[in-house]
Design a protein around this ligand. Structure first.
Ligand code: CA
Length: 223
């Protein structure tokens, strides 16, 4: 049975999460404050951590950094403010996913499962998508997507890092090596065109997803 560590100072919320995780077949353990989390993780080796950001005595960011010094255990960071996620992404703390409060416990369970599937290597890259960097040619299900250089770079970057969320700023930094002045909308419009081209080949294709309004990620098809 996989064990989930819930680090959350609101007891009522922790207990709801606990109920849902149990119903989904997980075992869970609850810690109500930040101090002692890292040593608990070191000793008990949970399979995943649901880590609240705002905690008494030691905050989620510090804990995430502590844990990453000795463990690659999947971490889902829980924040109360959507704006916080962008800042956290920028810090590259090494969390595997982010959830914003208020959340539905059902959604949390789905995310836990998705992160576990991915980190255990059960997520395969999309078989129908082939990228050829030297020619910047991408084919989906055997058909050329006919991408522009920027669209190809965006797709190749996200595709190489499945399920990781990147903010618009991060994507701009990585795509525009020459630091031209571009604004957020530019990334959005390139992604939009890229998605449209993919959907023309594969209707309903949502390999590139937007996350909250914070950024984008490549989500391989699990089918
Ligand atoms: Ca809290």
């Amino acid at each position: 049975m996989q064990r989930i560590l819930i680090v959350e100072d609101e007891a009522r919320l922790a207990s709801i999460l606990d109920d849902y995780l149990h119903a989904a077949g997980f075992a869970s353990h609850w810690l109500g404050e930040g101090r002692g989390v890292a040593s608990w993780v070191r000793a008990e080796r949970p399979d995943l951590i649901l880590l609240d950001l705002m905690l008494p005595s030691r905050d989620g960011m510090e804990i995430c950094k502590d844990v990453r010094t000795f463990s690659t255990v999947p971490i889902i960071m829980v924040t109360a403010r959507i704006e916080e996620i962008d800042r956290l992404l920028g810090l590259e703390l090494g969390a595997d996913d982010y959830i914003c409060k208020p959340f539905s416990p059902r959604e949390v369970v789905a995310r836990v499962k998705a992160v576990l599937r991915r980190t255990s290597g059960q997520t395969q890259p999309d078989q129908g998508l082939l990228l050829d960097p030297p020619t910047m040619r991408a084919t989906l299900d055997g058909r050329n997507l006919d991408l522009t250089a920027v669209e190809f770079k965006l797709l190749a970057f996200l595709h190489a890092r499945p399920c990781l969320i990147y903010s618009r700023d991060q994507l701009m930094e990585r795509i525009y090596a020459d630091q031209r002045i571009v604004n957020d909308r530019t990334i959005d419009s390139h992604i939009k065109k890229l998605r449209r081209k993919m959907e023309q080949v594969r209707p309903g294709c949502d390999l590139i997803r937007s996350v909250y309004s914070v950024g984008y990620k490549f989500e391989p098809d699990l089918g």
